[in-house]
Design a protein around this ligand. Structure first.
Ligand code: BG6
Length: 516
């Protein structure tokens, strides 16, 4: 196989045992079409991800990219924009030859997504690529647009016969949010599945593409020592945190409609919960893994109106000090409507009512403008049944805690009780740690690199299935409805803080939120 320019040849790569097993999988020749090609996601994430795949030789040998967007512009102008985005946002400095190779195969189709002419022109461009390649090319349509266009584009693709191909695979990749209510999610599924088969559809949840989220499965199912403890007999409670120090930036339009529950809990955090709670799949095929995740979601009871105030807390940040600067409160952020009741913090206590987890609380919390950015899963084990140490020595004995950190400093840490050196039997917690950065000699790929590759390969394991997304909404919908019908003002927390006091009301006596 030819080595892409800029990559070291095999002879130049030093033998290193830590890199063993790191590899890229083959992908069939493909044309990727990005709808919303000039948007923020395309610029910040998709184009840099494509560049990095090209850099690693992980794109198919024949790879073409088409950008579709409203603004009128020439291919050359769009290529310039792609180049600018890659130079600015790529995780590695671009190699000129690799970048040129990628940009040479980029085209642009202008127009609004409901115009028939867009799809006619797109069809011509796709056919042109196939002629140039001398073979059929798989097609992947990536919907990176405002959600109101998802069904419009899907229907137009269907009407213009672009949803299938006689001799190649056609796939549809859909960004979040997948609906803003259960009803909307169902309706979108119905419209998408009227045109595409479920096996063609790849609903993105970028958390699933994170190495550390996939490592959760390796951690649970490739090690004999944790699984025997992984149940209600040994685990006291589970706490999942996705805290951010950033505010809403320039996304007020989107965020004020969404809020923290829809933005992070309905998708990313429920996915994390599923990975912690799922039964071992018989294999890692897409259907098997997703079947197990759906079972977890189905075991979470739909919250009733009476329970919601006791199991869900929301709040909004006020002005404070975060990320090293003084920052305004949510209501003072540009674009936020006066008096908005949108939550920038949400915390839930959920239960997974099944044999393994009955009675174990799963605490979830997320928020903008908290003390720092940290995403972690903390599993607290039950306390030891008896302390034989004298009172002074017992003070430092804490239940074991296993913390899986997704970001930053990806790794796993196990908190154990250890004797403090000295003549007395004094105990304090210490950490046994594994850090991704030091154990493997490679930078983790960005989530989108993995997800784009998998979608092009037709592997749906790391994508949300139709019933899964509806099962997520079944849990979140009643909370959204209750919150939207309860007038504010909301509880508040100062920017840069640990979040609202009210979050403590979700905890059982003795349980504690970890410091952010
Ligand atoms: C996105 C949300 O899905 O995830 C953002 O819309 C959030 O509001 C982001 O900031 C967090 O992703 P990550 O990968 O930085 O944890």
């Amino acid at each position: 196989m030819a080595v892409a320019a800029g990559r070291p040849t095999e002879q130049e790569v030093p033998e290193n045992p830590l890199t063993v097993g790191l590899e890229r999988l083959p992908v069939a020749p493909t044309t990727l079409v990005i709808f919303g090609a000039t948007g923020d996601l395309a610029r910040r994430k998709l184009l840099p991800a494509l560049y990095n795949l090209a850099h690693e030789g992980a794109l198919p040998e024949r790879f073409f990219l088409v950008g579709v967007s409203r603004k009128e512009k020439e291919d050359e102008d769009y290529r310039g924009e792609c180049e600018e985005a890659i130079r600015r946002f790529s995780r590695r400095a671009p190699d000129e030859a690799v970048l040129k190779g990628l940009l040479d195969n980029v085209r642009y189709v202008p127009g609004t997504f409901d115009e028939d002419s867009v799809y006619t022109q797109l069809g011509e461009v796709l056919d042109g690529f196939e002629k140039e390649a001398g073979e059929p090319l798989n097609r992947a349509f990536y919907l990176s647009t405002a959600p109101s266009f998802f069904h419009v584009i899907v229907e137009k693709l269907g009407q213009s016969n672009l949803a299938s191909h006689e001799t190649a695979d056609v796939r549809l990749i859909i960004e979040k949010p997948f609906g803003t209510t259960l009803e909307e999610a169902r309706e979108l599924n119905r419209r998408v599945l009227a045109i595409f088969e479920e096996t063609q559809v790849f609903r993105i949840d970028h958390y699933l593409g994170k190495e550390t989220v996939q490592n959760l499965m390796a951690f649970r199912f490739a090690n004999g020592m944790f699984e025997p403890l992984w149940n209600r007999n040994y685990i006291d409670y589970v706490q999942i945190t996705a805290a951010e120090d950033l505010g809403i930036g320039t996304r007020a339009d989107y965020y004020d409609q969404a809020g923290a529950l829809r933005d992070l809990i309905q998708n990313h955090m429920l996915q994390l919960l599923c990975h912690v709670a799922m039964e071992p799949p018989v294999n890692f095929a897409a259907e098997e893994v997703r079947n197990e995740k759906v079972k977890v979601l189905q075991a979470i009871p739909e919250p009733t109106a009476a329970e919601i105030p006791k199991m869900a807390v929301r709040a909004q940040y006020t002005a404070g000090h975060a990320g090293g600067e003084d920052v305004p409160g949510y209501l003072e952020e540009p674009g936020v409507p006066p008096g908005s009741n949108t939550e920038t913090y949400a915390a839930l206590r959920l239960e997974v009512d099944n044999w393994r987890w009955a009675g174990v609380p799963f605490y979830l919390r997320t928020g903008k403008r908290l003390a720092r950015k940290v995403t972690e899963i903390a599993v607290t084990l039950k306390p030891v049944p008896h302390l034989a140490f004298s009172e002074g020595g017992s003070l430092g004995v804490q239940p074991n805690q296993l913390v899986l950190t997704l970001q930053p400093n990806e790794g796993v840490s196990l908190q154990l009780g250890a004797k403090i050196p000295g003549t007395r039997m004094k105990i304090r917690p210490v950490n046994m740690e594994f850090l991704y950065g030091t154990a493997f000699l490679s930078q983790s790929p960005e989530a989108y690199e993995r997800l784009i590759t998998d979608a092009m390969r037709g592997d749906a394991t790391l994508f949300t299935r139709n019933d899964e997304v509806e099962a997520q909404w079944r849990i979140c919908d009643p909370i959204v409805t209750a919150w939207e019908s309860t007038p504010g003002p909301l509880p508040t927390y100062e920017a840069g803080s640990q979040g609202p006091e009210e979050a403590n009301s979700l905890l059982r006596p003795g349980d504690r939120w970890r410091a952010i």
